[in-house]
Design a protein around this ligand. Structure first.
Ligand SMILES: Nc1ncnc2c1ncn2[C@@H]1O[C@H](COP(=O)(O)OP(=O)(O)OP(=O)(O)O)[C@@H](O)[C@H]1O
Ligand SMILES: [Mg+2]
Length: 148
């Protein structure tokens, strides 16, 4: 199986715009709905919802524009968020609970606790993040269905 073979299992693809706090949560609720209609177990849906919401808010907070996609495979769900934006200088640091570069405008919206990426990682069975400074960031999470 090639590295990009999962892409033929695309279930949903959504555009996310930077600074669009009004729409924060829209994509994650669309994904939740989609998974529900596919009969996915509620435990799995809850984990994907956390991943999707945190990734969505991060794009809104820190990127110019992004695309969120999810893929429904026979034994797993793959979630992917790819954005164009400032990128992350130190990924190790960004993953630490409590680390945040959120400015006042982000904190006013109730975000910026520095927990998002850590929660995405915790909610994933396989978590991958790559980022290029000044270019953008890619988060990929795999959740195993384990018969659920
Ligand atoms: N898509 C992204 N593009 C650029 N920087 C990001 C991105 N996602 C996260 N970061 C950086 O990593 C830091 C940690 O992100 P994380 O989601 O863990 O916390 P937060 O967004 O600051 O707060 P919270 O998610 O708890 O509201 C952010 O403050 C930001 O500096
Ligand atoms: Mg965040």
């Amino acid at each position: 199986m090639s590295d990009t073979d999962y892409m033929r299992h695309l279930q949903g693809r959504y555009e996310v715009h930077g600074r669009d706090f009004v729409d924060a949560g829209l994509v994650s609720s669309q994904i939740k709905k989609g998974l529900k209609s596919q009969g996915i177990h509620e435990d799995i849906i809850r984990r994907i919802a956390v991943i999707a919401f945190e990734a969505e808010v991060n794009i809104i907070s820190y990127a110019t524009h992004g695309v969120i996609s999810y893929y429904l495979l026979p034994d797993s769900i793959i979630f992917e968020a790819i954005d164009e934006g400032q990128g992350i200088e130190d990924i190790e640091l960004a993953l630490q609970e409590g680390y945040s570069t959120a400015d006042d405008s982000i904190r006013e919206m109730g975000f910026g606790a520095g927990m998002g990426l850590a929660n995405i990682k915790k909610s994933s069975d396989i978590f991958e993040i790559t980022s290029e400074l000044g270019k953008g960031t890619r988060v990929k999470s795999t959740i195993m269905l384990n018969g659920k």
